[in-house]
Design a protein around this ligand. Structure first.
Ligand code: NAD
Length: 484
């Protein structure tokens, strides 16, 4: 089988840029750090402006022929790429646990998600609209690829978010240059190396580097699109940079997702689900549950059940058995999460469980899963996104009041409502100013479903047909039958 050959010739111990179909080294290199052990990982490239120029030139050249290929061909290549990637599940899973920290189960699950995005996007058709079709006139809107896209990826889901950019970009006939996070470059580099078996040189490339690389790419006159996933603060800088050449941008940014728990839920069933969706990936998920509003009639029972679940989570190196929470991914983020713990302490908030960093003999970046008991609405842990394993529980009593409190934020990524009464749950859910609403679940995403944020959680949409549109020019054609 072709995939066996691929398994053999992908070397998971050396990492290079991929420019114009070739593996390219850079003069200087840097190393990522395993956040569970503080050990340095493999050398990886530090790209220069010349590497940026070379990759953009190769993409511009490749675009001329790639954009002319059939949709059917592009989908076939994505499906074959997805299958080969799946065949390397355990290899990619192992590298992901080392560079990102998440437990093996979740790392391999992320490989599955990445493969699902590569293949699942192919279930979509290119958008096309007939606006008017009369004996006199045909008016249609067609969608054509933009050209060269840059995909900028954060460190929390280095595989899945990258595949979620590659698939819609190349399916719509664009070329894409991937820039992984400097904290987690390795899986992204290897996925793009694997992609060379299925796509012509220049269609999918990767540049790895330091903090200079993102600004060099986004300011370059040779690109047509930036798909950025990361923090709101960086997203604003990316948009500023894109404004110079009016480059199209999609920004997938931070979140502060509320979960609203109604009084009629079955606590024994719901509390464990909410706990898992708040602490999965050590809370480092843009759509993790970050504010938990519990109806006052069940607050005490729910809190106690929730805290029991959280106490049972095993924290540790992702290679250990039964670990649920790995470390915080990097030192910068670890220090940021500690400012939330410091604020909890200095403002005298009640800690229901956790509250400390964990001392280990490995210098890993571990923080106890922490639950704050009913802090004030204007406290730091409610108002800001911690992006770590610290979560507040809050009490509510009236529907209008909880909707207003859930909406009282600049963020608008996702939200969930939990109730046996579906009409009520939908009524509350559809009043929330967010891009995704879940009823009796949270974290649901699909390659065929539109995703994105309201307010400062983002601009534009990824995935689904809206995601495809984001990689396209729109062209409206008026065909006058009377004169022909
Ligand atoms: P970040 O903004 O620090 O970095 C994201 C990426 O941008 C990295 O690759 C980084 O190297 C690059 N970058 C940094 N400065 C840049 C610049 N000036 N120009 C261009 N690129 C630049 O974010 P992070 O800390 O890696 O990720 C955490 C944040 O991402 C959280 O706020 C989280 O909510 C958000 N996030 C959002 C989504 C979503 O889909 N909405 C998904 C995952 C994470």
């Amino acid at each position: 089988m072709a995939t066996n050959g691929i398994v053999k010739d992908l070397d998971f111990s050396s990492f290079h840029n991929v420019i114009d179909g070739k593996l390219v080294d850079t003069k200087s290199t840097r190393r990522g750090i395993n956040p569970a052990t503080n050990e340095e990982l493999w050398p990886c490239p530090v790209s220069t402006p010349q590497d940026v120029d070379a990759a953009i030139q190769a993409a511009r050249t490749a675009f001329k022929s790639w954009s002319k290929t059939t949709l059917q061909h592009r989908k076939a290549q994505l499906l074959a790429f997805s299958a080969a990637f799946t065949a390397l599940r355990s290899e990619f899973g192992e590298v992901l646990t080392k560079e990102q920290g998440k437990a093996t189960f979740f790392a391999e699950q992320e490989v599955d998600f990445g493969a699902y995005w590569l293949a699942g996007t192919c279930a979509l058709e290119m958008p096309f609209e007939v606006v008017d079709d009369t004996p006199d006139m045909l008016v249609k809107t067609r969608y054509t690829p933009l050209g060269v896209a840059v995909g900028i990826v954060p460190w929390n889901f280095p595989i899945m978010l990258l595949c979620g950019k590659i698939a819609p970009a190349v399916m719509t006939g664009n070329c894409i240059i991937i820039k992984p996070s400097p904290f987690t470059p390795y899986c992204g580099i290897k996925i793009v190396e694997l992609a060379q078996k299925f796509f012509p040189p220049g269609v999918i490339q990767v540049l790895s580097g330091d903090d200079n690389l993102g600004p060099w790419l986004t300011a370059h006159a040779g690109i047509n699109k930036i798909s950025f996933t990361g923090s709101t603060a960086t997203g604003k800088r990316v948009m500023e940079s894109a404004s110079k050449n009016l480059v199209r941008v999609t920004l997938e940014l931070g979140g502060n997702d509320p979960a609203i728990i109604c009084s009629d839920v079955d606590i024994a069933t719901v509390a464990p689900q909410i706990a898992a969706m708040a602490f999965m990936n050590a809370g480092q998920i843009c759509i993790a549950i970050k504010r938990i509003y519990i109806h006052k009639d069940i607050y005490i029972q729910f809190r106690d059940a929730f805290v029991e679940c959280v106490k049972a989570f095993k924290v540790g190196n992702g290679f250990e058995k039964d670990v649920f929470l790995g470390p915080v991914q990097n030192r910068l983020q670890y220090d940021r999460v500690k400012t939330f713990l410091d604020d909890v302490k200095s403002s005298g908030q009640k800690v229901a469980t956790g509250g400390q960093v964990i001392d280990t003999n490995t210098s890993g970046l571990f923080i106890q899963p922490t639950v704050i008991d009913n802090p004030a609405d204007d406290s730091k842990i409610v108002a800001e996104e911690p992006f770590g394993p610290v979560v507040p529980l809050l009490q509510w009593s009236e529907e209008d009041e909880v909707i207003a409190r859930a909406n009282d934020t600049d963020m608008g990524l996702g939200a969930s409502v939990w109730s046996e009464d579906i009409d009520k749950a939908l009524r509350i859910g559809e009043s929330l100013e967010v891009g995704s609403v879940w009823i009796n679940e949270h974290l649901g995403i699909k390659p065929t479903a539109t995703f994105g944020g309201q307010k400062q959680s983002g601009i534009g949409r990824e995935w689904g047909v809206d995601g495809l549109r984001g990689y396209c020019n729109t062209q409206t054609v008026f065909l006058n039958h009377r004169r022909s």
